[in-house]
Write a protein that binds this ligand. Sequence first.
Ligand SMILES: C=C(O[C@H]1C=CC=C(C(=O)O)[C@@H]1O)C(=O)O
Ligand SMILES: [Mg+2]
Length: 440
Amino acid sequence: MRLSASQFQFLIDQLRQAPQQGFQQACIQLNKLDLLAWLNQQQHTTRGYWKNKHRQQVAFIGAAKSVLDLEQLQAVSEQLDKSNNQLRFYGGIAFSQQSAQWPSFPQHRFILPRFEIRCDGEYTRLFVNANFQQQPELEYQRIKQAFAALRPSRPLPENATKALSRQDQPNAQQWQKLVDEVTSDEFQQHTAKVVLSRQTSIQLNGEINPFTLLQQWQQKEPKCYSFLFQFDGINSFLGCSPERLYSREGSQLVSEALAGTAPRGVSPEQDQQLGQLLLEDAKNQLENQLVVEDLSRRLQELSLHVNALEQLELVKLDRVQHLKRRIQARISPALADRSLLQALHPTPAVGGLPRSSAVEFILKNEGYARGWYAGAVGWLSGAQSEFSVAIRSALVSPQQLSSFAGAGIVAGSQAAQEWQELNHKIATILQLVDEDALLD
Ligand SMILES: C=C(O[C@H]1C=CC=C(C(=O)O)[C@@H]1O)C(=O)O
Ligand SMILES: [Mg+2]
C-alpha cells in the first residue's frame, strides 16, 4: 500500500477542516490488502492487530497518544464523542499488578494509533489519527514523517523453525502439589476455585515471524478473537482467544462464562460423545457455574438489568471444546469502561473464587509472572468497546516462544487430567511452531 500525494493531501485537508484540538481523525478508502503482511513490513516499534468474532480486523502502527493507567484511560475516553465509534484506543491490561519479566507490557497500556487499516469484509479503510492536545503544527510534521515511512506490503515469509527445548513452569510434580492443595478440604472451605496455569517456554533454532505465526493460528481458530501487540519492535504478545470479557454498544452489554473443557474427538461420533459428556459433567458444570454467578453478581451492581441465559452451549475449537453461557446486561451508556474492567477482570475463568484469595494463591505459587496472559485485550471508543480475555496466547521473541494455559481447579479436579487439559489447550500453537513439537 502506497499513498499518492493527492491521497495524502486529501487526508491532511480533512484534518485541517476539523477543530484543531483534542483527538481528530481522517479516513480514506483503500483496495483490499492482507493486514498481517502489511504490518510485517512496517518499521514502527509499535505495531498491533485485532480481529473480532465477526471477522472485522484492524492493523495499527505508531501512537498518536499513549496511556499507561486506567485513570488516564478514563480521562481520554471522556473526551471521545459518545456517538462516535471511530476514534479508538487499543491495548490491554495485565492479569494482575505483577509485571516482572514483561517489560514492554506493563499493567495497563493503551494507544490511539497513528495509522489504522480496518477491514470489515466490505471496505478497507486507512485512518490517520491526530492528537491536537499539543501544538497542531508539530503534529502535522509527525504525521508527514510517519507517512513517508510507510512501506508497501509484501507476502509474509514462511516459518520453518524447530523446537530445541521445552520447559514447563510449574512442572508436572509441582502441578500435582498445587492441585492437591487447592482441592484439599481445608482450602476448599475458603476458596472454591483457583485457575492454575503453566508457562511452556520453547527455545527455537531460528527466528520466528510473529505475523506469520498469527496468520497460521487464526486459520486454525476462525471463530476466535485474534490479536497481536508489539511495543518495542521485538517482543510480541499474540493469541487466538475464544473468550469475550465483554462487548458493549450504547446500553447493551454482552459477556459470557466460558469455562469447562474437553478435547475434540478424532471422529464426528467421538467428538459428539465427548461434547455430550462435557455438557453433563458435574466438575465442568461447576467450573462454568462459578463464573456465571460471579459475573452476574458483579454486573448486577453496575447494570440496570442482567440476564444470564439458561442454555449451556458448546464452543468447538481446533483441539478443545468448552462450555459457554451467555450473559446480557442493560447498562447506563455513561458507565465507564474503566469501571467495567475493574469489576469484571479477572473473572473466575482465569482467576478464581473468591477473587482475592485465588489471585493471592496464584501470585504466590505459580512461579512465573503471567503478565498479559489472562489479562484483557481490546479497544474502546466513545460509543462502543470490545474486550477479550487474553488466553490461548503466547509471548514471542525472535528465538523463543512462551505459551500459556490455565485450568480451573475445583473440588473433584484431578491433577493428571488437568495437566492433560493444559496440553490440549496449547496443542494448536505448539504444532504451528514445530510439526513434531516436543511433547511433554
Ligand atoms: C484459563 C484458560 O482457560 C479458561 C477458559 C476456558 C476453559 C477453562 C477451563 O476449563 O479450565 C479455563 O477456565 C486458558 O486457556 O488458559
Ligand atoms: Mg477446565
